[in-house]
Design a protein around this ligand. Sequence first.
Ligand SMILES: Cc1ncc(COP(=O)(O)O)c(C=O)c1O
Ligand SMILES: Nc1c(O)cccc1C(=O)C[C@H](N)C(=O)O
Length: 426
Amino acid sequence: MTGFDLLTRAADLDAADPLGPHRALFLGTNDDAVLSYLDGNSLGRPLTATMDGLASFVRDQWGGRLIRGWDEGWLGQAERIGDQLGRVALGAAAGQCVVADSTSVLLYKLARAAVAARPGRTEIVIDRDNFPTDRFIVEGIARERGLTLRWIDVAYDGGATPADVAAAVGPDTALVLLSHVAYRSGFIADVPAITGIAHDAGALVLWDLSHSVGSVPADLDAWDVDFAAGCSYKYLNGGPGAPAWAYVAERHLPTLDQPILGWLGSADPFAMGAAYQPADGIRRLVSGTPPIVGMLPMQDMITLIEEVGMPAVRAKSEDLTAFAVDAVDAVLAPYGVVLASPRAAQDRGGHITVDHPAFAGMVPELWQDGVIPDYRNPNGIRLGLSPLSTSFREVALAVGAIAARLEQAAHGAGADRLHPAARGAG
Ligand SMILES: Cc1ncc(COP(=O)(O)O)c(C=O)c1O
Ligand SMILES: Nc1c(O)cccc1C(=O)C[C@H](N)C(=O)O
């Protein structure tokens, strides 16, 4: 496939894409300065509706209702959006999800609650390639509680498998913490199988869905998951620093013992009581004031996903990553680029990673070309493909630009030798 073929094929795929028109709902998608934005799995683009919604919230709700807003709806908003997210993207019945804190803080609260629910058990199981915050959080909890970590090693293009987990868990395991979609390889873990294996060993499971929520469907209730949490600034387009969300299975709610006891997680916050009594239900996971303004953008995106439906979102995501893999094979493999993600579409989420020694330091050059992917140590370029805002043309342009930069690195070629796709030809 030449660069020109790549763009022609991308044009055909864009023309046939039923979700293609949704791209125009996002800000900046017609911006010529950014030819290709492939980092929506780190920070999703804003919806235009969000810009207008934020302005009207400030004017009418905050500015108009002032403190009365809390009684008129803000206090229940974290649970309402949690329920909507549960219904639309998580397979979770109402009353089990809430928006709060950051993913790191929620992982801490849930992991501490899980360990508290398994007294006498001394180990936490986690994989070595899990996202740093996940590893650091359980390292901290192990230090605090005198526990041991049991590490699972995973392949560079994979993640923890049921067999890995079966070999790691035992009578001492309190908790297994894994990611549904691996942040580097994009590997999709077999959540129901792994959850079942952990349960058979008497352990609880906490899943990090940061890289799947809004891109890969989840079925948390049916999968018998205990706890889950994830970001909302990736495929939920919640904006930089948007609050995270958590899921606690209904069966754990009455006994959930989380470590950050704040007034808004108490049964009757406005009683200003002397002693903490946890609220019934998911609100007992909350500590302080809900981040109302920060929740507005994600609500717009969850509503859009609800209209489109997760099956259509996932279908587009698989098509995008399949096209990206084909393009990598045809255009980048000849330069020695290696796919560091699963080859089968059903085994990977919404991003792929490709490795090459020259990738360290290349991303700033690609930014100059108007192409924005992600870089992950030691030498991976990550192509994050947001199903509702990424076009096939963006994939073609990015792969072409990477090829041009590799060509330059190999032969010192000038800008006139840039790959046609990198120049936006076609
Ligand atoms: C798998 C995973 N967990 C957690 C986080 C981060 O959490 P926080 O929002 O607390 O920075 C990220 C991304 O930053 C992530 O990819
Ligand atoms: N949360 C981020 C941030 O505050 C700055 C830069 C990147 C991020 C990310 O989200 C990284 C992302 N979770 C990852 O998988 O690498």
